[in-house]
Design a protein around this ligand. Structure first.
Ligand code: HEC
Length: 110
């Protein structure tokens, strides 16, 4: 192999390594844990949002119909931290990780 071919092989191996990093490591680190999220939901959210996500209280969005879930995680995260109208904020109550997990859980209602 000449130098150019060797460089191109190196580049390919490097690209594959980077892609693997993105597909394996990064989602594992950031995606919420659905199962842990369920526990948090039942404890802190279900009274208002209902066991099926439809809303047990007037004025709650219907997660089952996907209401408000078109928003990115970061935005839902902010509302859960700060609260909205009668919904209390969970800052200081839930850890960031708990909020990520519960977002992953409410996204499963549709
Ligand atoms: C006291 C009742 C109550 C509790 C407890 C509650 N919510 Fe809510 N939630 C609401 C209401 C009412 C709204 C609609 C607020 C509005 O219209 O601004 C809402 C809105 C939301 C939204 C939509 C945010 C957006 O960006 O539009 C999300 C997501 C949400 N709640 C998640 C949760 C999670 C997760 C929990 C538990 C950690 C929780 N809620 C606990 C009543 C509650």
């Amino acid at each position: 192999m000449n130098n150019k071919a060797i460089r191109s092989v190196h580049l390919t191996v490097h690209l594959i390594a980077v892609l693997l990093l993105y597909t394996v490591i990064i989602p594992g680190a950031y995606a919420g844990d659905f199962f842990k999220g369920k526990t948090t939901y039942v404890t802190y959210c279900q009274a208002c949002h209902g066991s099926d996500g439809r809303g047990a209280l007037a004025g709650t969005p219907n997660f089952k119909r996907g209401q408000v879930l078109m928003k990115p995680d970061a935005q839902l995260f902010k509302t859960i931290m700060n609260g909205s109208k009668i919904m209390p904020g969970f800052r200081g109550v839930l850890k960031n990780e708990d909020i990520d997990n519960v977002i992953s859980y409410i996204r499963s209602f549709h």
